[in-house]
Design a protein around this ligand. Structure first.
Ligand code: ATR
Length: 473
């Protein structure tokens, strides 16, 4: 088709799709754009047509016809049934070697299923995780691509030019085949849940135990952002805590209903970790904490029944701030170590060749969890690609060792003061569990052998043993 002059096509022009399309156009690529409801397409071109070379298409047929072969068509619609509907409509219009890219927040299992179906038809299906929200989509997200080598070769110039850039390195990578990109994006979101929960617990402690105002806590976060904790979320926390509600003049955080919602990627991460047998306690507790916050009736009932306030905890404000910082950092190290464990285990299970150092590298910019800290993780994997756990690498080991006393103190204060810190506490329990000489798992094995003849191993001899409990008494 002689009219085919676009490098890439994109269908689905809601906020994310529209921003991604503008980002692609602004970087000099001709892009064909389409939306089921045509008005969104015309609105994009009316408002932003001068930002680059857009080809407006009123049908999927027009969209396909507008793109150079091998065609790359990006789908950015509501995840789930809508994606399947668009894929089904698109497939008969394509030719062998063409590439369908799902840039939505799909579950990696759906991506695996779609990839298999398209491969049978000689097409390439790419699951592309895009992180960074609306702003990232427009100005440079972190992009995790899962798909064939051929597909990545075709997409690479566009993807590299639209991704965030850190020190000259674009925040995008070919993570692996089929579902690998969406899998890594899922764990990224899980880590984001843990990061936010740890921040929320820190804020609660500073306010409830140290008696600080939101504005004072904002100052603390701003200061923390100048050190090891420097990150987008810490910076944003300072902004949010300083914000006052225009209507009431109250701290903004006090007028927001305290029930956290979720779109499901945290839950997916935890479900997947259970299947893999990887303890991602930080992410799991963060996900459950959101659930708990939403159980309004149970909370009201419990508040009424157990209204007595626990004792006032007396802390020195300045030293407590330092202790909370150390606890936050150590817990964050644990949450990331767990998330990277899950990526390694998922890669092993599904045959993806995922470079963990590269994952850390492309999360340094563009995405919600972008942080200075990720450079440390990148370095750790550069030094030792087959790392057993991030926790024991020199830099992180030092942070945890230096911080562990403070970490314990903070949790003691939280427990005494009745301030829930599920992510702090479970991260410390995970650390103590790993470093413990002997675990009570020995007792669990003995019990299992007693009631179910499940057998056990011994510390002093090779082999598998069963004790005749009834006879031996
Ligand atoms: P939002 O992101 O604003 O919440 P959404 O309902 O998630 O919106 O839909 C996002 C995009 O998916 C929109 O471009 C939407 O197309 P319309 O503008 O025509 O609503 C698109 N979309 C949703 N379901 C679709 C389907 N079955 N087929 C094609 N596009 C669909």
């Amino acid at each position: 088709n002689d009219d085919a002059r676009a490098t890439i096509g994109l269908t689905g022009l809601a906020t994310m799709g529209r921003n991604l399309a503008r980002n692609i156009a602004r970087n000099g690529h001709t892009i064909a754009v389409h939306n089921r409801t045509t008005s969104k397409m015309t609105a994009l071109i009316d408002e932003f047509g001068d930002e680059g070379d857009f080809v407006g298409c009123e049908s999927l047929e027009d969209l396909v016809a507008a793109v150079e072969r091998p065609r790359a068509i990006v789908i950015m619609v509501k995840a789930g049934e809508a994606t399947d509907a668009v894929v089904d409509e698109l497939v008969p219009l394509l030719d062998e070697g063409d590439i369908v890219v799902d840039a939505g927040n799909a579950h990696y299992r759906d991506t695996l299923r779609r990839q298999e179906a398209l491969e049978e038809k000689g097409l390439h299906f790419v699951g592309m995780g895009v992180s960074g929200g609306e702003e990232g989509a427009l100005n440079g997200p972190s992009i995790m691509v899962g798909g064939s080598d051929h597909a990545y070769e075709v997409l690479q110039p566009v993807v590299e030019s639209i991704a965030a850039d850190v020190d000259g390195t674009p925040c995008c990578a070919h993570i692996g085949h089929d579902g690998a990109g969406h899998f890594v994006k899922m764990v990224h979101n899980g880590i984001e849940y843990a990061d936010m929960q740890l921040i929320a617990e820190s804020y609660d402690l500073l306010r409830s135990v140290a008696g600080m105002t939101p504005a004072e806590v904002a100052d603390v976060f701003e200061e923390w952002n100048g050190g090891d904790l420097e990150s987008f979320l810490i910076e944003m926390t300072a902004d949010v805590l300083r914000h006052t509600d225009a209507e009431t003049g109250e701290p903004f955080v006090d007028v927001v209903r305290d029930a956290a919602e979720q779109k499901g990627t945290g839950r997916w991460t935890v479900q997947d970790a259970l299947d893999l047998g990887v303890p991602i306690t930080g992410i799991a507790e963060a996900t459950f904490a959101r659930s708990l916050s939403g159980h309004t009736e149970q909370r009201a009932a419990a508040r009424e029944m157990f209204s007595t306030t626990p004792e006032e905890v007396d802390v020195d404000r300045d030293s407590f701030v330092d202790q909370v910082r150390a606890a936050l950092y150590a817990s964050k190290v644990v949450a990331y170590a767990q998330g990277f464990d899950q990526i390694a285990a998922g890669a092993e299970e599904r045959g993806w060749d995922i470079d963990l150092g590269e994952v850390a590298t492309i999360w340094r910019g563009g995405c919600i969890i972008r942080a200075q800290f990720l450079d440390r993780i990148r370095e750790a994997y550069a030094d030792e690609p087959d790392l057993t756990t991030l926790l024991t690498t020199p830099y992180f080991a030092e942070a945890v060792t230096d911080g562990v006393d403070a970490w314990r103190e903070v949790i003691v204060a939280a427990v005494r003061g009745g301030v829930p810190t599920p992510a702090f506490s479970s991260s410390l329990a995970y650390f103590d569990g790993l470093r413990r000489d002997r675990l009570p798992a020995a007792l669990i094995q003995a019990l299992r052998d007693d009631f179910g003849a499940h057998t056990y191993e011994r510390v002093d001899r090779e082999g598998t043993f069963h004790t005749r409990w009834a006879e031996e008494g």
